[in-house]
Write a protein that binds this ligand. Structure first.
Ligand SMILES: [Zn+2]
Ligand SMILES: [Zn+2]
Length: 327
């Protein structure tokens, strides 16, 4: 047990009782940096419930199986000797923030130090841990001087996701800047497609990273392609099924049946009109994103059995994101 007069493990130099303790007991942190520090001290003090409570449902660490998840956190805490936390960078813009930090620790007497660029999102006044990119060791080179370009995502049950989006009339500087921010947001979330309504702009525009198909039937993220006012046609009669996910509906993945090939007429960012054929994963991603600008979500396209399976997960997600309800 930690004594009330002990210095806080987060390294703030102040006492635990007036630092991370109130946060661990339910007071909301003022900013993402405070959350970051209190999550670190929760790992040190082995408080798995706090980690679970402050993890965004879209985080890759998020698990519906709370019991197994908490056990994993406890194992990590118990097998680690935490030396210190070093904050390298903190950036915040409205409901989004990034923190780059190094955690100095040992596991089984071996150095297990890592640097992480974490990404935080504020939902209903609560900052949540969204995910992060990891590097082994102390990696101050992860610090960036680039501008903060992440955009807040619209999540399941946000009405903008159900609107039929308006055409883009002119490719203005604002549109070009928006596309740049969309690409950064897509990449930060590890997505391979993002449509404008997903970042609260009801316009007919989406970006993808053209999937490069791999031998095992999967894909890697390829180059970026921007689609403005796309029109899909020539849907092949041949259909195929594959598992899809969506940045607006975190934690849910399900198999969707779609045509194998399509033709797309679209405008590029420099205003060129293009007619292009796509097949396989590229066609699938384009159809998924094109659905977004028509107000359709991939969960609408599931078979009845799958719809029933994901229903409780959707309800859980809704409660978590829109009502800000704790677990
Ligand atoms: Zn603290
Ligand atoms: Zn989507």
């Amino acid at each position: 047990m930690i004594e009330p007069t002990t210095t806080c493990p987060c390294g703030s130099g102040t006492e635990y009782i007036s630092c991370c303790k109130p946060l661990h007991e339910g007071i909301l942190p003022d900013n993402a940096l405070q959350l970051m520090r209190s999550r670190y001290s929760a790992y040190v003090l082995n408080l798995p419930s706090y980690i679970v409570k402050t993890t965004h449902p879209a985080s890759p660490q998020y698990s519906v199986n709370k019991f197994a998840w908490k056990r994993k956190i406890t194992q990590f805490s118990q097998n680690s000797t935490f030396q210190k936390l070093e904050i390298l960078e903190f950036k915040e813009k409205e409901s989004l923030a990034t923190v780059i930090f190094t955690v100095f620790l040992t596991q089984n007497e071996e150095d297990a130090t890592f640097t992480e660029k974490s990404y935080f999102e504020k939902i209903n006044d609560r900052w949540l841990y969204r995910g992060g990119q990891l590097k082994n060791g102390h990696a101050p080179n992860m610090v960036t001087t680039a501008e903060f370009k992440l955009l807040p995502l619209a999540y399941y049950e946000d009405s903008i996701l159900r609107r039929k989006a308006d055409p883009v009339n002119e490719i203005t500087t604002d549109i070009k800047n928006l596309v740049e921010e969309m690409i950064e947001t897509m990449d930060a979330s590890d997505g391979i497609g993002l449509a404008a309504p997903q970042i609260h702009h009801s316009i007919r525009l989406f970006v993808i990273r053209v999937p490069i198909e791999t031998e095992n039937g999967g894909f890697d993220a390829g180059d970026v392609k921007v689609f403005i006012n796309p029109i899909l046609s020539n849907f092949s009669a041949e259909m195929w099924k594959a598992s899809e996910g969506c940045l607006s509906i975190p934690t849910i993945r399900s198999s969707v049946e779609r045509p194998r090939e399509i033709t797309v007429n679209y405008t590029t960012l420099d205003g060129t009109q293009i007619k292009e054929q796509f097949s396989g994963w590229a066609a699938r991603v384009i159809m998924h994103e094109n659905d977004h600008i028509d107000g359709i979500l991939f969960i609408d396209r599931l078979e009845m059995e799958e719809k029933l399976r994901v229903k409780p997960i959707l309800q859980h997600l809704k409660a978590r994101i829109h009502d800000g309800r704790a677990l």
